[in-house]
Design a protein around this ligand. Sequence first.
Ligand code: ZN
Length: 486
Amino acid sequence: MKIEKLLSKLGKVLDSGEREEMKWFDVDTAPLTKDDYSKLESNFKEAGGFVKIINAGSSLNKDTKKEVQRVWLVSFKNQKDLDKWSQEFEEKKKKDHRYIGEQLDWFHVQEDILGPGLPLLHPKGMIIRNGLIDLIREVNAKLGAEEIWTPHISRCDLWKISGHYEHYKNKMFMWEQDGEEWGIKAMNCPMHFQVYRFKPKSYKDLPVRYAEFATVYRKEQSGELHGLSRVWSLTQDDHHFIINPDQIEGEVTKIIDAARKVYDLFGFEYKIKLATKPEDSMGDAKLWDVAQDGLKNALTKLGVEYSLNEGDGSFYGPKIDIYVKDNMARWWQLTTIQLDFFMPDNFKMVYTDEKGKQQMPVVIHFAILGSLERFMSIIIEQNAGRLPLWLAPVQLRVLPISEAQEEYAQGLVNEMRGLGVRAEMVTEGTLGKRIRNSEMEKVAVTAVVGDKEVQANSISVRGKETMTREDFKEKILLAIMDRSDF
Ligand SMILES: [Zn+2]
């Protein structure tokens, strides 16, 4: 019955005449199994059609509010085209962070019930995210940035002062409640400025350096949404440094230096563009000069090459854009260091100078990773799911050859866990299968222990020679601490 229903629906979909295009249809049946997929495919083949079912899952019918099965498929005119497509699809899938994320139980996006562009992170995905946050927390400590926390929603009054209400409204989630307009934040700056304004500031207080790992919500076109890289809910490693113009060079030098150390960790190449004063700019001409000289001096001091985008800055200040290239030769705009002469004026942010006069500070907006979600998608795809040891959800998996070594293996796992290593033992299945699974599940280090290892108190690491337990312990801990290769 299930298959008949599907066949008739499928026939109608394919009669539309289009081929080689992914499409979906909803059908009112019980959930489909992989067995149903192949039955359906072979039934259709008998009738002279060539389809590949890519996926099926529960979905809510918008009109009837009833649960239906949504079937995704692609169709072809002949078997050869179908085979070629299937092969390419399988290869592509292996490098797609969406597939890797679901396959490894790291995260998923659930369009039905929840909504599009709103990824859910599972425990292992959260380990990756927290690893990135820890990294930036270390950067913040070096930069002297202090973390704050600001709420996700506010009155629209705030967005009216910042100008987002007027210029960014179509990308913000807003609603009316009890006669007032409210909005979910799409950026953090206006809230950070409230923290700055809370107490009067003097020149001695500057630089004020705020940082927040903040989830913001932006209503992108649903057709543009993609896994973790294009979402509605994104978490920025957001920073606002509030400084006097003389501090621009010093602060920006430190920020760029910190950013490039982060890129080095992931093997990214980078290029830097400096965008200068556009024709329709606001603010004092002298301030623009000081700011642009500050940025140029910072880049020169660091000895980094950069290109000049004359006139491409924002109307409210010059900026530095940093693009990184991953190992798949894809360029990503990761970091922007934006100077801002406009918001301090808008939000009436001031400080008292040495002479007791009120001055307006300059704001530096920047994020190093940009969006944690998008950054995760980049590093997941650049090595088909294999992450560096320090970031891998499972850092060490110990496989005893037989039951006889289980106690030794468990002892090793317990010891490593005690030292903060994400370690586990797997005993189910043949050794060959367990090794393959470990590879497939992107475990960073796989170790095998047999009688020989137990007797010698040693450990045999896949792809390396056997080492003593002490030696192994020291090496893996050092590598995790240094964020280096094992
Ligand atoms: Zn900002």
